[in-house]
Design a protein around this ligand. Structure first.
Ligand code: NDP
Length: 463
């Protein structure tokens, strides 16, 4: 390397190290946020070297500080008449390229650091979709599991009674995530409308008869599979006949399996926090219909699949450093449950058992050690912020339809989703190539997502 260039590289690397160490001091106790930022900032080194304006204008320092954080109390009354208290949040991370947009998560593990990681990732993801959306995330430590419909409704109404003043169709448009599906979106929207006295597209994932979009429930899962197809095509392969591992059994997992079946692949597994099922014959359309009824209507557990289909087995979740789901011999893997569900050991097992592609339906499901192992084994690795962007992309299309008071057909929305996933794939690969790292989807996604937002921030001055 030329001496001057080398000096510049070292200076950038040192300045990123300083930003990261300051961040650790200011955000101790938020490991997921620090993990997400570390991964992104490290891969942005070459772009910051090439364009000193980003350092001079403190763009990275601004990127890692949310524009606004809202934290509030949600009190509600359970079925026994007891008052319950939960914490609600909205992290409005970045609005440089559009109104804040990102899901709501209801899960006992939710705290500020988790939502900051998700909001940070969302900024890059939304930028990659090609649509004008800023990034946010919100939610609560409320656990909908085991709660009655009435309890969930009262909680959602309490949550929205505070959140409503901070959101709006041109300000911040939430959506679903873990624990927030069509039932919760209905309760939340209904309460917003009641308080604001406005019927607007303030939330996405709505029912089809009241402003929702076709394909929104399917979008994340379908999009992940479209992205996987694009990745495989670079090696002149397709999904037909491929044995696939899918984790989770919620929204993303369900529609990932549906699209895999459509394309002739053979999905073998599904899971929830109790463990996973392995169906050696493959999950077909009829079995998937059973899963949808089990999980979405009866709110049952995935272990019941093995009782209904005796050739399938159920394995309880362990607590070790590895999850046996990722040791099942297969060609492709689609982690679709939660963050850090694929450890370094799991990644090693995936590689050892033949996996050539990992496309992330969940956000940050692979630990840094896992990512390292997959990439050094030359596995096609599609990080969540690129591979699962189809969900928010169709949410963006829902916002457009709401504003136009029009509904597009299933075919129209699916066609747009395909185009968007293809464009994300092309842009990510192009960015990786531009920076001499062909095939590096991590670097490509981070750089392509960053540049658009960073340039918008520069043009808008010191905001
Ligand atoms: P759902 O609530 O519909 O399903 C989540 C699934 O993951 C359930 O099977 C759940 O099992 C399992 N799960 C959740 N937390 C854990 C955990 N800590 N350990 C083990 N299993 C767990 O959520 P989604 O399908 O919507 O979301 C799944 C992932 O996809 C998340 O990472 C989310 O951020 C991401 N994502 C979702 C999008 C969307 O449009 N919905 C868009 C982009 C990304 P159990 O029932 O036992 O909790």
């Amino acid at each position: 390397m030329h001496n001057g260039v080398h000096k510049e590289a070292t200076a950038v690397s040192n300045s990123i190290k300083t930003i990261l160490s300051d961040l650790e001091t200011r955000n101790s106790g938020q490991p997921e946020f620090l993990q997400a930022v570390r991964e992104v900032l490290t891969s942005l080194e070459p772009v910051v070297e090439r364009f000193p304006k980003y350092s001079e204008m403190k763009v990275l320092e601004r990127f890692v500080e949310p524009e606004r954080v809202i934290m509030f109390r949600v009190s509600w009354v359970d079925d026994d008449g007891e008052i319950q208290v939960n914490r609600g949040y909205r992290v409005q991370m970045n609005s440089a390229i559009g109104p804040y947009k990102g899901g709501l998560r209801f899960h006992p593990s939710v705290y500020l650091g988790l939502l900051k990681f998700l909001a940070f990732e969302q900024v890059f993801k939304n930028s990659l979709t090609t649509l004008p959306m800023g990034g946010a995330k919100g939610g609560s430590d409320f656990d909908p599991k085991g709660k009655s419909d009435g309890e969930v409704r009262r909680f959602c109404q309490g949550f929205m009674t505070e959140l409503y003043r901070h959101i709006g169709q041109f300000t911040d448009v939430p959506a679903g995530d873990i624990g927030v599906g069509s039932r919760e979106i209905g309760f939340l929207f209904g309460q917003y409308k009641r308080i604001a006295n406005q019927f607007t597209g303030v939330i996405t994932g709505k029912g089809i008869n009241w402003g929702g979009s076709e394909i929104r429930p399917e979008a994340t899962g379908y999009g992940v599979v479209y992205f996987a197809e694009e990745m495989l095509a670079t090696r002149s392969e397709d999904l037909a006949g491929k044995r696939c591992l899918v984790s989770g059994s919620g929204n993303v997992a369900q529609y990932t399996v549906e699209k895999l079946i459509d394309l002739g692949a053979k999905p073998l597994t599904l899971s929830d926090s109790d463990g996973f099922i392995l169906d050696p014959d493959g999950i077909d359309a009829d079995k998937l219909a059973y899963v949808l009824e089990l999980k979405n209507l009866r709110r049952g557990r995935i272990s019941e699949y093995a009782e209904r289909f005796p050739r399938a087995s159920f394995t309880s979740a362990g607590h070790g450093a590895s999850n046996p789901l990722w040791s099942v011999p297969a060609d492709c893997a689609f982690p679709s449950a939660t963050q850090n569900e694929v450890s370094g050991v799991d990644a090693q097992n995936l590689v050892a058992n033949g996996v050539q592609l990992v496309a992330e339906g969940a956000n940050m499901p692979t630990t840094p050690e896992g990512v390292e192992r997959l990439m050094s084994a030359k596995v096609l690795y599609g990080p969540g912020k690129a591979a699962n962007a189809g969900g928010v992309a169709v949410s963006g299309l829902e916002m457009t339809q709401d504003i136009e008071h029009l509904s597009w057909t299933r075919e129209q929305v699916d066609d747009r989703l395909r185009h968007i996933m293809r464009a994300i794939h092309t842009n990510v690969r192009a960015a990786a190539e531009e920076y001499d790292r062909p095939g590096d989807y991590v670097l490509g996604a981070n750089i392509a997502g960053f540049v658009k937002v960073a340039d918008a921030m520069l043009e808008q001055s010191t905001v």
